[in-house]
Design a protein around this ligand. Structure first.
Ligand SMILES: NC(=O)c1ccc[n+]([C@@H]2O[C@H](COP(=O)([O-])OP(=O)(O)OC[C@H]3O[C@@H](n4cnc5c(N)ncnc54)[C@H](OP(=O)(O)O)[C@@H]3O)[C@@H](O)[C@H]2O)c1
Length: 355
């Protein structure tokens, strides 16, 4: 066996500490498929997976033990494309390309199940009770949102926009909880942008909160009615719902103190600030839950159709300001991880790694 397989992992206790380990090229057992991880992206969302690695079980998708690493290490999940390099599953052919949840590693063994023209699910026992959307691998040829010339946008933005889309839908579905103003933190993030774009013109006034250095950029996006730095006076915004993507405890505390009973809903969506503060909110927004509801309400095909339509609108808009920086191989991955973790990536940039 050649030793061309590798894995990147981070210390669960200190996300700045990482390791690259070598292994043997895997071969598939009966019912298994080997995916070669080809191209992935990193945004603050992947750091959030690591921050919530234990509490929300993101470490469980790609167990370090299977790669000869101890339990002190974790593999932060990434989104991207992978190609089938070996298969012992009829219907999943070598050379096919899939989009999905991938380890920061050269390869992944999956047990392909529920195979149809849109892709398959990984039925590996350790993933059985993890949220189903993360176990789904979409075949490029069976996905109405896929376009070959937009792979990098899909790598960086699809899971984020899926949340944006479902979050906007969740608010509309609940008549904005009576709010006439929506306050969004980490307004410069790609997830916030997608949500604001989807919500613009739907009724409530949109106020984006961001770091002082990101105010000008966030205003230039044109999707918020107002953009303010953290800590600014909001005036009297009336009934307000807070969509919290930064997770910064001080911002939440300040909004509660200033708005009092006008704060009609407080929804934790993310934690770009890397401080878990979800329990302090009224609720945690988890896109797969609203997705499950809409699958029941609309059916899978209609949900796919609506998402693809919104996705194409979104990529048309985001293509105007987002640029990508592409790194290569394990070292490129390590460097992208440390830059995203440290908040060194400008909001108009997306980091891609060709492995
Ligand atoms: N609940 C869900 O289902 C779900 C799904 C997708 C994403 N999310 C969450 O949404 C959030 C945004 O994700 P994204 O991938 O869209 O982010 P992104 O585009 O990479 O966001 C970058 C922004 O996050 C803030 N930020 C980044 N690094 C930081 C650091 N080290 N310290 C403090 N602030 C930092 C800055 O915004 P400001 O200056 O504007 O604060 C920065 O412009 C994440 O927490 C993610 O997990 C949740």
């Amino acid at each position: 066996m050649t030793s061309s397989s590798w894995t990147f992992a981070v210390s669960r206790d200190n996300l700045e500490k990482s390791i690259l380990s070598d292994g043997d090229t895997p071969s598939p057992g009966s019912g298994e498929v080997v995916l070669r991880v080809d191209r992935v992206g990193l945004t603050a969302n992947n750091v959030t997976y690591a921050v919530l690695g234990s509490s929300m079980r993101y470490w469980d998708f790609f167990p370090p033990a299977a790669r000869g690493l101890g339990p002190e290490w974790g593999l932060p999940p990434l989104w991207g494309f992978a190609d089938v390099v070996a298969s012992r599953v009829p219907g999943v052919l070598e050379g096919r390309r899939f989009y999905g949840f991938l380890p920061p590693a050269s390869d992944l063994i999956v047990r392909a199940d529920r195979i149809d023209e849109t892709g398959f699910h990984d039925a590996s026992p350790h993933r059985a009770d993890l949220p189903s959307p993360y176990n789904s691998y979409r075949l490029t040829t069976g996905d109405p949102a896929y376009r070959h010339d937009q792979e990098d946008l899909m790598i960086l933005l699809r899971p984020l926009f899926f949340t944006s889309f479902m979050l906007a839908d969740y608010l509309v579905d609940n008549a904005f909880f009576g709010a006439s103003t929506l306050v969004v933190s980490s307004a410069s993030s790609k997830t916030a942008y997608g949500a604001a774009l989807s919500l613009r013109g739907s009724g409530p006034r949109l106020i984006g909160l961001t770091s002082p250095g990101n105010v000008a950029f966030t205003r230039s996006l044109g999707c918020y009615d107002e953009v303010l730095p953290y800590g600014a006076d909001l005036g009297d915004p009336g009934p307000t719902a807070y969509l919290d993507l930064s997770g910064t405890p001080a911002t939440r505390a300040e909004l509660r103190a200033k708005l009092g009973s006008s704060l009609v809903r407080d929804v934790a969506v993310g934690l770009t600030n890397q401080v878990p503060d979800i329990d302090a909110a009224d609720e945690l927004f988890f896109a797969p839950v609203q997705m499950g509801k809409r699958r029941r309400d609309w059916g899978r095909d209609e949900l796919d159709r609506r998402f693809a339509e919104a996705w194409h609108r979104f990529t048309g808009a985001v293509g105007g300001w987002l640029s990508t920086e592409v790194g290569h191989g394990p070292d490129g991955l390590r460097s992208a991880w440390s830059d995203v973790l440290a908040g060194r990536v400008r909001p108009n940039v997306g980091r891609i790694v060709q492995l």
